[in-house]
Design a binder for this molecule. Structure first.
Ligand code: R1P
Ligand code: URA
Length: 238
C-alpha cells in the first residue's frame, strides 16, 4: 500500500498502461484484458491487472497534469516494482500537417512546466522515451498498418490559455517542430529515467487547436482503439 494506491506488493504487473482518465483504464481492462482484478479505487484512480495474449499487464489512470502523473509513476516504480510504463493519452495538434486521429510516439517531451527547472537547478534536461520501447511501438504500429508519427511533443501545465494576451501560445513550439500538446509525458520520462525504468508516451490527436476540429465520441473510441492496441502490443514485447 502506498499513499495513493491500495494495491499490495505483487498486485501490479511489471508492465503498465497509463491513460490519464481512470475510466479509460476500466474500458481497456473490460474490453482488452482477461482475468481482470481491480487493485485500486483510492481517489477513483482505478487500477486493474489482467492478461493480454497470456502476458500479465496492468492499466491505471494517472489523472491530468504533471503533479498527478508524478505521484502515480513514482509510487508504481519505487513501491510496486513497475518497470515498463506506457502512457496512452490524448493530445491537441497545433500543426497544419498533424491531423485529428493521428497517432504519435513522443520521442522526447518539451515542457512549459517548472518541474525540471527546479530539479536541474535551472539547467535544461531532455526527457526522452526508452528507445527499445519506441522501436517496439513503431514496429507494432507498422504491423497494424498505422502510419504513426514520431517526434517531440509538449507537456503543458496550461489547458486553457489567455488568448487575448497570448494569441499564439503554441507558435514557438510548432516553429521548432514540436508535434502536439498533452500534459504528462515530461514527468513520466523524467521519473522513469531517475528510477531506471522504461517509459513511452503514445498519443492520439483528439482535437486540433488551430482549426477547432475534434473527434466525435464515437470516433474517439475507434481512434483510441488503434492507440490501445499499439500500447498492448508494445507491452507484451517488454
Ligand atoms: O487523455 P489524457 O491521457 O488524459 O491526456 C490529455 O487529456 C487531458 C486534458 O484533457 C490531459 O491529461 C492531457 O494530457
Ligand atoms: O492536453 C491536451 C489534450 C488534448 N487536447 C489538448 O488541446 N490538450
Amino acid at each position: 500500500m502506498s499513499a495513493h494506491n491500495e494495491a499490495k506488493m505483487g498486485d501490479i504487473a511489471e508492465t503498465i498502461l497509463l491513460p490519464g482518465d481512470p475510466l479509460r483504464a476500466k474500458y481497456i481492462a473490460d474490453n482488452f484484458l482477461e482475468d481482470v482484478v481491480c487493485y485500486n479505487k483510492v481517489r477513483n484512480m482505478l487500477g486493474f491487472t489482467g492478461t493480454y495474449k497470456g502476458k500479465r499487464i496492468s492499466v491505471q489512470g494517472t489523472g491530468m497534469g504533471i503533479p498527478s502523473i508524478s505521484i502515480y509513476a513514482h509510487e508504481l516504480i519505487t513501491q510496486y516494482g513497475v518497470k515498463n510504463l506506457i502512457r496512452i493519452g490524448t493530445c491537441g495538434s497545433f500543426n497544419e500537417d498533424v491531423h485529428v486521429r493521428d497517432v504519435i510516439l513522443a520521442m522526447t517531451s518539451c515542457t512549459d512546466s517548472g518541474i525540471n527547472k527546479n530539479l536541474f537547478r535551472g539547467m535544461d534536461y531532455s526527457p526522452c522515451a526508452d528507445f527499445g520501447m519506441l522501436s517496439d511501438a513503431h514496429k507494432a504500429a507498422t504491423e497494424q498498418g498505422v502510419n504513426i508519427r514520431v517526434g517531440s511533443t509538449l507537456s503543458s501545465d496550461i489547458f486553457y490559455h489567455d488568448l487575448e494576451n497570448n494569441p499564439e501560445p503554441f507558435k514557438i513550439w510548432a516553429d521548432y517542430g514540436v508535434l502536439a500538446v498533452e500534459m504528462e509525458a515530461t514527468a513520466l520520462y523524467t521519473i522513469a529515467a531517475r528510477n531506471k525504468a522504461k517509459a513511452l508516451a503514445i498519443l492520439t490527436v483528439s482535437d486540433h487547436i488551430l482549426t477547432g476540429e475534434a473527434t466525435s465520441a464515437e470516433e474517439r473510441q475507434t481512434t483510441l482503439h488503434t492507440m490501445i492496441k499499439i500500447g498492448l502490443e508494445t507491452a507484451i514485447r517488454q
